[in-house]
Design a protein around this ligand. Structure first.
Ligand code: XMP
Length: 310
C-alpha cells in the first residue's frame, strides 16, 4: 500500500467534505485517534478543534500525558473533564453491552453533543478502522465508535456528520500511516487501547474503587511487558472472589487476569508464551495491590475468546 498517497487522498477528501465548516475530533492518544488528529490538522489547521475527553476510565495520568505530547507536536488539545458524567452513567450496570451502550450514549449524545453545539461544529472526525466495523456488523460486539454501519444516522441522532478517514485500514496499516505522518514511535508503536478504556477490563460494575484496582494492575502489566514485543497486554478485574491468606488471616480477595497476545490485526490472536519468571514476577506485584489475592494468566486464543473482557 502507498501510505503517502493514502494520506494525500484523505487530506484532500477531508478538505473537500468539510468546506468552510468547523470540525471537531476526540483524541484518546491511541494509534487510530492520533493518526486522525494529525491528518485532520494537516487538512484543516485551525478549523479543527481537538478535545481529549477525560471519561475517568483512562490509565493513570494519561489525559495530561497525551495533551503534553501533542502540544510538543504543535497541536493544541483541550482537556474536557467528563468523569462524573461517565461514572454516573455506568453506576449500577453490569451487563457488558449495557455498559458499552452507556459509554456510547454519554460520549456521543451528552458530552460530544454539548461540545459540538458550543463550538458550532458540523463534522466529527473519527478514527474508526475496518476491524471495528467488521466486528460490529458481524454482531460480535458493539465497538463504541460505530454509528452509520449500525443504521444510526449521526446527523439525525446527534446533529453532526461523521468523517472516517481510516475506515478502510487495519491496525498494522494505521501504524504505518502514523509513522509516515511523522508521529513518534511512542504513538505509532503503542499497543491498542479500546475506546471504552478500562471499562472493557472490569467485569461487573465500574466504580471508582474497581477502576483504581484495575488501573494499578494495568500499570504493572504495561511496565513488565513493555519490551515483550507482544501485540497487546492488559489486566482485567473479575467479579468472582477467592479465598486467600493475608497477614495470617483469611481474605476473600479479588482476582486479576493478565492477558498478553500476539496478533497482526486483532481479528484473531494467540497467547504469548511468556517466560515463567516473568509471569511469577507479575503475579508477585499484582497480588500486592490492595484487596487482590489471585493473579491468573489467560491461555485462551481469539477465537473463541475476544481480546477484551466485555
Ligand atoms: P476484541 O475484544 O473485540 O478486541 O477482541 C479487538 C481489538 O479492539 C480493541 N477494542 C476496542 N477498540 N473501541 C475501540 O476503539 C472498542 O469498543 C473496543 N473494544 C475492543 C481491543 O483492545 C483489541 O485491540
Amino acid at each position: 500500500m502507498d501510505y503517502k498517497k493514502f494520506i494525500e487522498e484523505q487530506i484532500a477528501h477531508i478538505k473537500e467534505t468539510v468546506g468552510r465548516e468547523k470540525v471537531i475530533n476526540a483524541l484518546s492518544g491511541g494509534v487510530d485517534s492520533s493518526a486522525v488528529t494529525v491528518l485532520g490538522h494537516r487538512a484543516l489547521g485551525e478549523q479543527l478543534r481537538t478535545v481529549f475527553i477525560d471519561n475517568a476510565l483512562m490509565r493513570k495520568g494519561e489525559p495530561q500525558r497525551v495533551v503534553k505530547l501533542f502540544a510538543s507536536l504543535g497541536i493544541d488539545v483541550e482537556l474536557v473533564d467528563a468523569r462524573e458524567e461517565f461514572l454516573s452513567a455506568l453506576a449500577g450496570l453490569t451487563d457488558p453491552e449495557e455498559k458499552r451502550q452507556a459509554i456510547t450514549d454519554t460520549f456521543y449524545s451528552k458530552v460530544f453533543g454539548r461540545l459540538v453545539r458550543q463550538y458550532g461544529a458540523k463534522f466529527l472526525l473519527h478514527g474508526t478502522i475496518l476491524t471495528d466495523i467488521e466486528e460490529t456488523v458481524a454482531g460480535i460486539k458493539r465497538q463504541h465508535n460505530i454509528l452509520a454501519q449500525l443504521g444510526i444516522d449521526p446527523q439525525a441522532a446527534y446533529g453532526y456528520s461523521v468523517i472516517e478517514p481510516l475506515k478502510t485500514l487495519r491496525k498494522d496499516d494505521v501504524r504505518e500511516v502514523t509513522k509516515v505522518l511523522g508521529l513518534p514511535a511512542e504513538i505509532s508503536q503503542r499497543i491498542p487501547f479500546p475506546g471504552p478504556a478500562l471499562a472493557t477490563r472490569i467485569v461487573g460494575e465500574v466504580t471508582l474503587d474497581r477502576l483504581e484496582t484495575v488501573s494499578a494492575a494495568t500499570a504493572i502489566v504495561e511496565e513488565e511487558l513493555a519490551d515483550s514485543g507482544a501485540f497487546q497486554y492488559l489486566a482485567v478485574l473479575l467479579t468472582d472472589r477467592a479465598t486467600g491468606i493475608r497477614n495470617n488471616k483469611r481474605q476473600f480477595g479479588q482476582i486479576i487476569v493478565v492477558r498478553c497476545i500476539e496478533s497482526t490485526d486483532a481479528r484473531t490472536a494467540t497467547v504469548t508464551p511468556l517466560p515463567w519468571d516473568k509471569l511469577n514476577g507479575i503475579c508477585g506485584r499484582i497480588t500486592q495491590i490492595k484487596g487482590v489475592n489471585r493473579c491468573l494468566y489467560d491461555l485462551t486464543p481469539k477465537p473463541p475468546a475476544t481480546i477484551e473482557y466485555i
